[in-house]
Design a protein around this ligand. Structure first.
Ligand code: ZN
Length: 137
């Protein structure tokens, strides 16, 4: 399973953004599939329980009542938030969540996504987050 996409070229290391992050050792083209997001599929209630009781911050939203707990993975769970991100989450033909490049990415760059929930914009200090908070208020 771990040979999917660019798995071997994705490296976990300390990030300037926050804690650990994931980085690519290869240049990646826009729209290229990077990683399969593997994990246990859980419903919304279980997602909330794990977040609150287990402090699990590695859960990816899939659809209305379906979430992927990626805490057992070694790479994708370390992806950081950026408002100026270079990746996004999509679904493949089989309904698996995948990480896809939203722009051309150079070797050595950190891979990031927009987490897309309000709390992150409060923690994030970039300009575009300030704008998102203002438009939501
Ligand atoms: Zn931001």
């Amino acid at each position: 399973m771990n040979s999917d996409y660019l798995y071997d070229n994705i490296i976990v290391k300390e990030s300037e953004v926050h804690g650990k992050g994931i980085f690519t050792s290869l240049p990646i083209k826009k729209d290229q599939r990077i990683l399969l997001i593997e994990g246990e599929e859980i419903d919304a209630a279980e997602c909330i329980r794990r977040e609150n009781e287990e402090n699990n911050v590695y859960i990816f939203w899939k659809d209305d009542n379906s979430y992927i707990d990626a805490s057992a993975t070694e790479k994708i769970k370390y992806i950081n938030h950026s408002c100026n991100c270079n990746c996004y989450i999509d679904e493949d033909e089989s309904g698996n969540l995948i990480l896809v490049a939203s722009k051309d990415i150079e070797a050595g760059e950190e891979l990031t996504i927009d987490y897309g929930y309000d709390e992150i914009y409060e923690e994030c200090s970039c300009k575009s987050c300030d704008n998102k908070l203002e438009s939501a208020a």
